[in-house]
Write a protein that binds this ligand. Structure first.
Ligand code: B4P
Length: 189
């Protein structure tokens, strides 16, 4: 399954909980990039140039990283991708990877929240973690990219009839309850 949402909608937060409850591996492209930035690997040095400005890391780099990750043994029984695909080029790549693996997506979950709430949450996170991409100008840019590019990704999955929307506003536990119910309904559909 996939979890899609604007920055700050709770993707990473909910992905961790879904992963625990369903026993599926959660893969966050943002986390992989951040681990590489921290380790100062060649991938991290490349990704940092984009992440600090709130830009997407180029599709060529991101696609290769996801392809390599999805070939590993621990995802053969299923996975939850958090933060990928974010562009329609990435949707095409994922289609290709899944076709090769003779696999398919069961559920695409979209977490929704309004921009003002998202800015508030991310500025709150900046105080706790000091993430370099959590400042007002960069957050606004990340939101623009979501509306300009990732909403087209959401539309593609809606056309395929596998999109499930969940309201991301409310207490974290409350959102988790909604998410788990939505997955249950989608699985039996
Ligand atoms: P991500 O790591 O995906 O960052 P994000 O969009 O901010 O989401 P995250 O998962 O961290 O936050 P969440 O909403 O859970 O990406 C970072 C960067 O990596 C991108 O900008 C880009 O440069 C690059 N990148 C990643 N994937 C890419 C791709 N496919 N292609 C190209 N580039 C890519 O939570 C945010 C905060 O809200 C947390 O502090 C949390 O505690 C809080 N929160 C969560 N739920 C809440 C709730 N219900 N109420 C109140 N607060 C809540």
């Amino acid at each position: 399954m996939l979890i899609i949402g604007p920055p700050g909608s709770g993707k990473g937060t909910q992905a961790e909980r879904i992963s625990e409850r369903l026993g599926v591996v959660a893969i966050s492209t943002g986390d992989i990039f951040r681990a590489n930035v921290k380790g100062e690997t060649p991938l991290g040095i490349e990704a940092k140039k984009y992440m600090d400005n709130g830009d997407f890391v180029p599709d060529s780099v991101t696609n290769k990283m996801v392809r390599d990750r999805l070939l590993q043994d621990d995802v053969q029984d299923g996975f939850l991708l958090d933060g990928y695909p974010r562009t329609t080029v990435q949707v095409d790549e994922l289609d290709d990877i899944l076709a090769q693996a003779e696999s398919r997506l069961d559920v695409v979950l979209q977490l929704t929240a309004d921009d003002d709430e998202l800015v508030k949450r991310l500025l709150g996170r900046a105080l706790d973690t000091g993430r370099s991409d959590d400042n007002t100008a960069v957050i606004r840019h990340r939101l623009d990219l979501y509306h300009g590019q990732t909403e087209a990704v959401v539309a593609r999955y809606a056309e395929r009839g596998i999109l499930t929307q969940v309201d991301g506003i409310g207490e974290i536990d409350e959102v988790t309850d909604r998410v788990m119910k939505a997955i249950e309904v989608a699985k039996t559909a």
